[in-house]
Every structure is written in C-alpha cells, then in structure tokens.
Design a binder for this molecule. Structure first.
Ligand code: AKG
Ligand code: FE2
Length: 220
C-alpha cells in the first residue's frame, strides 16, 4: 500500500520488459480473485487441483493452478487423469492482449506482438505468506511470444535479469496489486523470480485475505 500514493509511471525496466503499475482497476482485481477461487474450487480434490509442484527435487512454496494446459514442472499436458484442464476465461485473454499492446508502448521490443498475441495457457500462482519463487526461465513454451504477468494481493519483490546470467545482474521491482509486467523479445528467456512477498500489504478490495496471486498468460 505504501507505494500507491507515489507516482509510478509505466516504464521499460530493461529491453523487452515493461512494467505497467496499477493497470488493473479495483473491480477487475476483485473479479480475477473471485474467478481464480471458483476455478480452484471446481477442480479441488482432482488431479488438477491447485498444488505445490516439485521442480528438480524441490517442492515449490507457491501453489499452482493451470488453465488451458496443465504445467507439471517439466512441461505441459492437455489433460490429466482423463480430465480436461479448465479453459482460460475469454476475459483474461482480452486483458492480456490489451496489456501486450500497452506494454509495447513503453518497451518497443514488444511491438511485434502488440496485435498478435494468442495465449493458450494461464498459470495461477498462489503465494501464501512467507513463500517465494526461485530464479528460473519460463522455458516450456515453444513460442517466443511474451509472458503477461498480473499481480494481486500482497506486494512482491520481483527480480529479472538476462538469459545468460542466472546470478545477475538484476533489475528488482516491487509489484503491487493491480500491476502488470510483460516480458518478451530479448527478455523472453531471462531468469526471473520472486524474492519475497510482503505479508499483510495487499489492499482489502481484492477479497484476498492473505498472500498474493500472480497470473501469467502464455502462448505455446
Ligand atoms: O509471481 C510472479 O510475479 C512471477 C511468476 C513466474 O515467474 C512464473 O509463474 O513463472
Ligand atoms: Fe516465470
């Protein structure tokens, strides 16, 4: 909440990375939280239930729910246990396309996708208090289209670098509820992660009582 009152202009963080602060209005944020909760409930108790995946022998601290295709830590599958993965809501696709267009206005490397973003997958991450996400590359998509990332709830310290240097140098930015990050072009395979989530910093209007939700929209 601390930063809401400060001026945070939309800007290019590094080539191919755009930060659009406060891009989702309060009612859209609340609607996304409700939608995420409803989809999570619809697959609860099945193989597609929101869970903490295992990656290279370690269990992630964030929970993941897949839409469109299911991400299982080593790649994607269309269905699991004979059950179809829930589709991406059309409203989310529309939001993501708009975000890419606006991101291209501040990071010109994204211009090739400004009118040409056709997502197949959305991953909903839930970060309980105290969780994080280690540095990684989003590498299981064949397409070079950008990733669109929506933040809801508690503030996060997001870190992004280059595709060559898993140990930095980094750009660090605080992501608040309603912020969008789009990364693509020269940054599409950049290492990135969530260093920390700041407990109790999310606005009440999202309806999320604790933690953080991040939704990444992806083209395969
Ligand atoms: O939570 C975030 O801001 C980033 C999430 C992420 O990197 C991912 O889902 O691959
Ligand atoms: Fe990622």
């Amino acid at each position: 909440m601390l930063f809401h009152s400060l001026d945070r202009p939309a800007r290019q963080i590094q080539p191919g990375v755009a930060h659009l602060p406060n891009w989702l209005n309060a009612s859209t944020q609340a609607a996304l939280v409700t939608e995420a909760r409803e989809i999570a409930r619809s697959v609860a108790g099945t193989e597609l239930a929101m869970k903490r995946p295992w990656v290279r022998g370690g269990q992630m601290s964030a929970y993941i729910l897949s839409l469109g295709q299911h991400w299982h830590g080593r790649g994607y599958v269309q269905s699991l246990g004979g059950q179809r993965v829930p589709p991406i809501p059309e409203s989310l696709v529309t939001l993501a396309r708009r975000a890419v267009r606006e991101a291209a206005g501040v990071a010109t490397e994204l211009v090739p996708w400004a009118g040409d973003f056709d997502p197949d997958v959305a991953l909903i991450n839930y970060y309980p208090p105290g969780s994080a996400m280690g540095m990684h590359v989003d590498a299981h998509e064949e397409s070079s289209a950008p990733i669109v990332s929506f933040s809801l709830g508690d503030e996060a310290l997001f870190r992004i670098g280059s595709d060559e240097a898993p140990r930095g140098p980094w750009s660090d930015l605080t992501l608040l509820s309603g912020d969008v990050v789009v990364f693509g072009g020269p940054a599409r395979r950049a290492y990135h992660g969530v260093v920390a989530v700041r407990e109790g910093t999310g606005p009440e209007f999202t309806g999320l009582s604790e933690g953080r939700i991040n939704i990444t929209v992806r083209q395969m």
